[in-house]
Design a protein around this ligand. Structure first.
Ligand code: SF4
Length: 348
């Protein structure tokens, strides 16, 4: 099995030290943003929702391995394993598939809540991050490496699988010292990973179907809902789900119908088209909103350039990002890169 991968991870002690330093710096940046969310919520929400999160999808598409190595949540959750305190249990394929399904559902449930709560409430955002970190951290005491959180429950992981199918290059794995084969297939180590790739259970397949088919419409719907701080009733609270669910249902239905007519290789192309459509749709709306040209005036605003630059500039940027992602994910040939290089297998 080891021979089917491109190469083994041969991190020197200097490289490990450098990665630990980078992980520490990024962790401190994360902790600073977290503190801002609690003590300076206006600044914290700006840093988190309007700077960090808008960068994430592009980073996932181009160099997901970098993010997998330095994500502060991953660094936190893997501490028990790094310090030898984990019981290192293994998950069955079914359990792993169920975690994948839960992470997809968590993504679709949490993201609309940004409009209801998180986009405008730094403390609530901090509470969300803290809760997720605690779940992952506790799981790290019991389960091997990334099996439960980074490649299981993390709500960002389904999006990583969809967007990270043709990354620029494979880089060394700066967390797993030796590969314990804790996730099969390991999303970090599988070349050109994509949702459904080698799905081992029906839960994996359902997860892949939901995130791939539903995401483009979900994103489109999400950008048609304004931030609604101070919602007063359950029905107005639930209203933040209406457009995202409608969009989700439409693109999922289309995906389901089209795939019935396709063979496996054309299905793969369709998945790439859906991935490109999702990330392009995100930036199509997100870049204009960052600079004051969004659907809703102050939502997601980083710096207001309205009246300063002509309106064709954000449109031009959106067209360029769309062309870029369609080129990157569909036109470029699959390059056989995995997000990370698999470390040598542990002797067992
Ligand atoms: S590289 Fe090996 S140990 Fe690390 S997450 Fe993947 S399967 Fe688990």
């Amino acid at each position: 099995m080891a021979t089917s991968f491109k190469s083994v991870n041969q991190l020197s002690s200097t490289s490990i030290l450098i990665w630990r330093l980078v992980q520490g710096v990024v962790w401190l940046i994360g902790a600073t943003i977290f503190s801002c969310l609690v003590f300076y919520p206006t600044l914290g929400t700006l840093l988190f929702w309007n700077i960090l999160i808008p960068i994430a999808p592009a980073l996932i598409v181009v160099a997901l391995g970098v993010w997998r190595n330095v994500c502060p949540l991953a660094t936190t959750n893997l501490l028990p394993r790094h310090f030898g305190c984990s019981k290192r249990k293994r998950l069955s394929q079914n359990q792993s598939g169920k975690l994948n399904l839960i992470s997809v559902l968590a993504f679709f449930i949490i993201v609309p809540l940004r409009h209801a709560v998180f986009n405008t409430n730094g403390v609530a955002t901090a509470a969300l991050i803290f809760s997720l970190a605690m779940v992952g951290f506790i799981a790290g005491f019991f389960y091997e490496w990334k099996s439960v959180w980074c490649s299981g429950l993390c709500p960002v992981h389904p999006v990583e699988k969809l967007y990270g199918s043709n990354v620029l290059m494979s880089i060394p794995n700066a967390h797993c010292g030796e590969c314990q084969n804790c996730v099969i297939p390991c999303p970090d180590s599988t070349p050109n990973m994509f949702p459904n790739a080698f799905g081992k259970s029906r839960f994996h397949n359902i997860s892949g179907w939901l995130i791939t088919g539903g995401l483009p419409g979900f994103i489109w719907g999400w950008f048609h809902v304004p931030d609604q701080a101070g919602l007063s009733s359950v029905s107005s609270f639930l209203s933040v789900y209406e457009f995202p669910i409608m969009g989700f249902a439409i693109t999922l239905l289309l995906f389901t119908i089209i795939t019935t007519f396709l063979n496996d290789s054309n299905k793969r192309v369709l998945i790439q088209v859906y991935a490109a459509a999702s990330v392009s749709c995100y930036y199509w709306f997100r870049i204009p909103s960052l600079i004051g040209f969004g659907n809703f005036e102050s939502d997601g605003l980083l710096i207001n350039l309205k009246g300063i630059i002509p309106s064709w500039i954000p449109l031009g940027i959106s067209i360029c990002t769309t062309l870029f992602f369609f080129f990157w994910l569909i036109i470029r040939k699959p390059n056989n890169n995995s997000w990370l290089i698999r470390p040598e297998f542990a002797n067992k």
